[in-house]
Design a binder for this molecule. Structure first.
Ligand SMILES: Nc1nc2c(ncn2[C@@H]2O[C@H](COP(=O)(O)OP(=O)(O)OP(=O)(O)O)[C@@H](O)[C@H]2O)c(=O)[nH]1
Ligand SMILES: [Mg+2]
Length: 362
């Protein structure tokens, strides 16, 4: 049994924090309201929830137990229709109604390994149900076999995009995303690879005119690689820039980082690209927390996102968030980046490789 205190500005937030860490089956032991003493004055109200989570207890229960208040209507993953449930394990099987301890241990071990690599609990449970639903009953306590099936399942759920083919059509690609995730660096990597390595004609545009340093950053790369760069201060200039680069196979457009919490900035970004025919890539760092990934996808999803790029794989050692991002974004991952080096630290996304990465240390 693990017991921990979770806080939030509202009781819902505190419960959500509890659920994030302990999963949907956590039990609330106690709730309190607190006001901290800040700078000699009474601070804002805080809520505290004392929660407990006990995996072995759940697995040995015969029923699906879900304490009131630990699950809201915004249940993140669609409920699985597979017949087997991790919680309570034997809700519908086996025929004799008794718990098979070996089966339960294998499944519990797999579940713990998934949690260890930062796969959110409800997604982990959903994956396990799917694997069990497809496996023969004799295999339910064969952890190695179930694990192999799970790896395949995860690989099949990581949707990836093939690199651009550059048929007759010119590709116009925009990178958008939160601040500092590596948009400009990724543009430099793509530009260098597609021009210097693949021999394509590449052009650059930046609409990040909020900071002089941002323009300079891309200008430096454009000069080193030897590519034309246009700076667009308005949607009109953006369209003019694209028109000027009409001889290019690939136009890469850099944008200013936007906080998912600043809805005005996101609306501005949307207006900027209204009527522009482009492939929109949302850039997310692998170090982002799953809940922030949800928020980023929901807010940036106001723009027509076609692809996801996941950066900074080298800055974390657990990769469950890649699967979470893929599940949530519902668009393929195009590239992943693995360091600050331009142009080398970028790879075309590969489902199997990402699945191996996710499960590698589990
Ligand atoms: N470790 C690591 N660092 C990276 C990676 N990609 C980019 N960075 C670093 O992240 C920092 C920010 O990169 P930028 O490319 O400026 O990020 P940005 O998204 O353009 O930032 P804004 O335009 O300010 O929103 C720089 O120090 C980059 O070198 C990566 O894959 N791994
Ligand atoms: Mg930038």
């Amino acid at each position: 049994m693990r017991v921990k205190k979770f806080t939030g500005k509202t009781i819902q937030e505190a419960v959500e924090n509890l659920r994030d860490e302990f999963g949907p089956d956590a039990v609330i032991l106690h709730t309190t309201q607190k006001r901290a003493w800040l700078w000699g004055r009474l601070g804002p109200k805080r809520y505290e929830v004392l929660g407990a989570f006990d995996l072995s207890y759940q697995a040995s229960r015969g029923k699906n137990r879900r304490p009131a208040g630990t699950r809201t209507a915004t249940q993140p993953y669609a409920p699985s229709t597979a017949p087997y449930s991790l919680k309570g394990g034997q809700a519908s099987t086996p025929a004799d109604g008794r718990l098979d301890p070996a089966w339960s241990e294998a499944v519990q071990s797999i579940y713990s390994r998934l949690i260890k690599v930062d796969i959110p609990r409800d997604l982990a449970a959903q994956l396990i149900r799917e694997v069990l639903g497809q496996a023969a009953k004799e295999e339910w306590n064969n952890e190695a076999k179930l694990w192999a099936e799970l790896t395949k399942l995860i690989a099949s759920r990581i949707k990836t995009a093939l690199p651009w083919e550059f048929d007759a059509e010119q590709k116009v690609v925009v990178l958008i995303g939160p601040t500092g995730v590596g948009k400009t660096t990724t543009i430099a990597k793509l530009a260098a690879n597609f021009s210097l390595v693949a021999g394509r004609k590449v052009g650059l545009i930046t609409v990040d005119t909020y900071r002089i340093a941002a323009v300079e950053q891309l200008k430096t790369y454009a000069e080193i690689i030897g590519l034309p760069l246009h700076v667009a201060y308005s949607p009109k200039e953006l369209k003019e820039g694209i028109a000027k680069l009409k001889d290019r196979d690939l136009i890469l457009i850099d944008t200013a980082g936007r906080s998912q919490n600043n809805h005005i900035q996101i609306a501005e970004l949307r207006n900027f690209f209204e009527g522009v025919e482009a492939e929109m890539h949302l850039v997310i760092s692998a170090t982002t927390k799953p809940r922030d990934v949800d928020e980023i996808i929901s807010v940036f999803g106001q723009l027509p996102i076609d692809r996801v790029i996941i950066t900074k794989l080298d800055e974390t050692s657990v990769y469950g968030v890649l699967l979470h991002t893929c599940e949530r974004a519902q668009v393929p991952i195009a590239f992943v980046t693995t360091g600050q080096g331009v142009p080398e630290d970028i790879e075309v996304a590969d489902g199997e490789r990402i699945a191996q990465l996710i499960l590698g240390d589990a």
